[in-house]
Design a protein around this ligand. Structure first.
Ligand SMILES: Cc1cc2nc3c(=O)[nH]c(=O)nc-3n(C[C@H](O)[C@H](O)[C@H](O)COP(=O)(O)OP(=O)(O)OC[C@H]3O[C@@H](n4cnc5c(N)ncnc54)[C@H](O)[C@@H]3O)c2cc1C
Length: 490
């Protein structure tokens, strides 16, 4: 005997979009799409879960619009709600009579706790709850070293992780989506105020195309061209040598399986194995950092190496402000910080130089830099931002040793040899000859005096002398080591 009437419509499934704002290669959506589906995005306000920064909210606004349009083209909609995500979702299950909920997993500790508790409550209430992997090539717990422990070093991690990837065949987007019998109400996206208004500082963000189509275009453009010289050009901020996929990957507008597969196929478009491998190994860093965050949920707030807890950081508000504004007097640092402010992005090499300058030349706690990047980067990502800041600081797993201190002048000369990147972002220095453009102000004051910017702001003097700052940082570092070894610092 069957209990259901033959014509009773199947209850809808809620598809809870999070950092997977795409239709293709989205396993939770594919699972939900076997019957009527209600796509939902919740602007989460759960205490303890880090809210996105300003630049991320700008991106989210555009990405949600793109997702809603893509869903509408398939006969569906995007329902928007805000509040504590678990409560909002449970209320929505009740309101819509949904029989199931699907989502793709995330790997930040606070989110995992929320999701686990929600899953167990929904399951107890008889709602089928299914979660999937859309964000990684290998989920963190699937990779372990010979002793069964998590990896702390990238190279052996990637050797193991890469082996496990095997053949990758991303799913296409569902062709059509079945609408529920009735749609629940949705917030109006404009009412969320994600786009900045007072003031609207996003003028320079216009080159970005948030959304699944924009992500695919960025990937195609990269594979058509820059991948062919990726390992040679990726460190050159004056060239378009990298994919600029990071915000698309963060918001899940494209998944790593799609990127992986397309990059492997790039050999057919003329890219050498060396170039493709280098690119894939960067995806490996992304995976490694998720692995680290999964096993170290406090990565954004606590030193991975606890010995760093005793390090004496300096409080220097004036220096911190100069750094954030791109007015340190070191052209490559200032160009990077201004690029960040104007576009929500900074080239990776320059991120390393700017971060090193804050941590080592200014001796300001890496967490302050991490927080600034969190607010200003369109690709701000808990795992990537925290792990990279700790890598530069020397407090992280597999980190650059603290005593390796970048010289901002020689770094600039090496990676922006013609000064083009400086000229793009530091107009006060635009007319300087290349041979002096990377030198701090005091070294070129006569040249600057003859500059043609009489009314513009004067380029600042260096806020520290790099040589002296380097010595100060090294002394503080040896004091830390001496304290650890129970010796008196020399
Ligand atoms: C201090 C600091 C903070 C950073 N914060 C972030 C952040 O919040 N979010 C973020 O996505 N990246 C961060 N990065 C890493 C890196 O700078 C960016 O991922 C990269 O610049 C993105 O540009 P792209 O997409 O053109 O990279 P490509 O060179 O084209 O690389 C392809 C992809 O590989 C991954 N990747 C590349 N470099 C790294 C790296 N060093 N670590 C981890 N993954 C990498 C990214 O997903 C990237 O999109 C940070 C780096 C530093 C030094």
């Amino acid at each position: 005997m069957t209990t259901s009437k033959p014509n009773t419509p199947a209850p809808p499934t809620l598809m809870w979009f999070r950092q997977d704002l795409r239709l293709a290669d989205n396993p939770a959506l594919s699972a939900a799409a076997s019957g009527p589906v209600i796509p939902v995005y919740i602007l989460d306000e759960t205490p303890g879960i880090r809210p996105p920064g300003g630049a991320s909210l700008w991106w989210l606004d555009k990405s949600l619009r793109a997702l809603a349009a893509d869903l509408e083209a398939r006969g569906s909609r995007l329902i928007l709600r805000r509040g504590e995500a678990a409560r909002v979702l449970e209320a929505l299950v009740e309101e819509t009579g949904a029989g199931a909920v699907c989502w793709n997993r995330l790997y930040d500790g606070a989110v995992i706790e929320r999701d686990k508790a929600l899953k167990s409550r929904l399951t107890d209430a008889g709602i089928s709850c299914r979660s999937f992997n859309a964000a990684l090539l290998n989920e963190p717990w699937t990779i372990a070293n010979g002793s069964g422990d998590p990896y702390r070093v990238y190279t052996p991690y990637w050797r193991t992780a890469r082996e496990r990837i095997g053949a990758v065949s991303p799913d296409p987007a569902p062709e059509g989506l079945t609408a529920p019998k009735t749609w629940p109400d949705s917030d109006d996206l404009d009412s969320w105020g994600l786009h900045p208004t007072s003031p609207d500082w996003s003028d320079g963000f216009g080159d970005w195309a948030p959304g699944e189509a924009g992500a695919r275009e960025a990937l195609e453009a990269f594979l058509d061209d820059a991948i062919k010289s990726y390992s040679d050009d990726r460190d050159r901020p004056d060239r378009d040598g990298t994919s600029r996929l990071s915000p698309h990957l963060h918001f899940g507008e494209i998944g790593p399986r799609q990127v992986w597969r397309a990059a492997q196929d790039a050999a057919a478009r003329g890219a050498s194995e060396r170039q493709v491998d280098k690119f894939l190994s960067e995806l490996g860093w992304r995976e490694f950092h998720h692995h680290l965050l999964f096993y170290n949920p406090d990565l954004a707030t606590k030193n991975f190496r606890p010995e760093w807890d005793a390090f004496e950081w300096r409080d220097d508000e004036a220096a911190f402000t100069a750094w954030t504004r791109g007015r340190t007097g070191y052209p490559i640092v200032d160009a990077g910080m201004r690029e960040l402010w104007a576009t929500g992005f900074m080239h990776n090499r320059v991120r390393m130089i700017a971060a090193s300058f804050l941590i080592k030349d200014l001796m300001i706690d890496w967490r302050r830099g991490e927080a600034w990047f969190w607010d200003t980067l369109v690709d701000a990502d808990l795992a990537q931002n925290a792990a990279n800041w700790q890598w530069v600081a020397g407090s992280g797993a597999d980190a650059a040793p603290y005593f390796r201190i970048f010289n901002p002048v020689t770094q600039g000369q090496k990676f922006d040899p013609d000064g083009e990147y400086i000229r793009r972002w530091v107009p006060e220095l635009r007319n300087l000859p290349t041979k002096v453009i990377h030198l701090p102000h005091s070294d070129v004051s006569e040249l600057l005096a003859a500059e043609d910017h009489p009314s513009g702001p004067r380029y600042p003097d260096p806020i520290v002398d790099h040589g002296k700052a380097r010595d100060r940082a090294l002394e503080a570092y040896s004091a830390l080591r001496a304290t650890r070894q129970g010796e008196t610092p020399k």
